[in-house]
Ligand binder design. Structure first.
Ligand SMILES: C[S@@+](CC[C@H](N)C(=O)[O-])C[C@H]1O[C@@H](n2cnc3c(N)ncnc32)[C@H](O)[C@@H]1O
Length: 221
């Protein structure tokens, strides 16, 4: 599962001096430019940023990761997860990771990851590669099936999306990690563009649909 164009970044330089950002850095005892941008704390400062209304959503990434990594399919070892960000950072998470459930501590972990490139230092479970744009990264995955989740695409029933053969195939599904608007990148020509429902669903609900139905293939395997 790839969470694409997710709104995960450190506070951009343009707003590190904004009083709301300075105050939140002081409260948490952190350097402003190393903090994760969070719309719930930095909303006034973010009005100055391009795309300010959709940025700063580490909560979406956290909920997505918890949903995907704690699914039955993940516990059977059938799921790997990667997060691509608006700045083309590429984060891989070792499937054995027991992800932190507390949101504040999760943000602290991601801040450390942005600083050092790998956490925890002794045995890295999360690794970050900078400047890894989405399409070449997907290409390098050499998927047998590439599914691009998009509410504007042709409708498919979630329960009919996967066939038994998919258990032995490398299936990559791409979900948008942003709260509003559309992908900035167009889907590759080889992708199956799929809508699961007539309305927009949150990122983690889409991850839940995919992991439940993919996981069900393994029930009597
Ligand atoms: C919250 S949505 C993105 C914002 C949404 N386009 C909007 O304008 O409200 C997050 C992602 O979940 C996936 N998604 C949401 N609803 C979907 C649906 N009905 N079918 C398939 N994928 C969906 C897409 O990948 C989408 O980019």
């Amino acid at each position: 599962l790839v969470l694409a164009e997710s709104e995960l970044e450190t506070v951009p330089r343009e707003i590190t001096g904004h009083r709301q950002v300075v105050a939140s850095a002081r409260r948490s005892g952190k350097n402003a430019s190393r903090m994760i941008l969070d719309a719930s704390q930095h909303h006034a400062a973010m009005r100055r940023l391009p795309d300010g209304a959709r940025r700063g959503r580490p909560d979406l990434v956290h909920l997505f990761l918890l949903t995907a990594m704690e699914s039955r399919a993940a516990k059977r070892g059938q799921v790997r997860v990667a997060v691509h960000t608006r700045n083309d950072d590429w984060i891989e998470i070792d499937p054995t990771t027991r992800l932190i459930r507390n949101y504040v501590r999760f943000c602290g972990l991601i801040e450390k990851l942005f600083e050092t490139g790998a956490v925890p230092a002794e045995t890295p479970l999360l690794t970050r590669t900078a400047k890894r744009p989405l399409l070449p990264a997907l290409d390098a995955m050499e998927a047998d099936r590439l599914i691009w989740l998009d509410e504007t695409a042709p409708r498919r029933r979630p329960a009919e999306l996967f066939a038994k053969d998919d258990l032995d195939r490398h299936v990559v599904a791409v979900i948008g990690g942003f709260p509003h608007g559309q992908f900035q990148t167009g889907a590759p020509k080889t992708a199956e563009r799929v809508s699961l429902w007539a309305e927009t669903l949150p990122t983690w609900t889409v991850a839940a649909e995919l992991t439940v139905h993919y996981g069900a293939l393994g029930d009597d395997a």
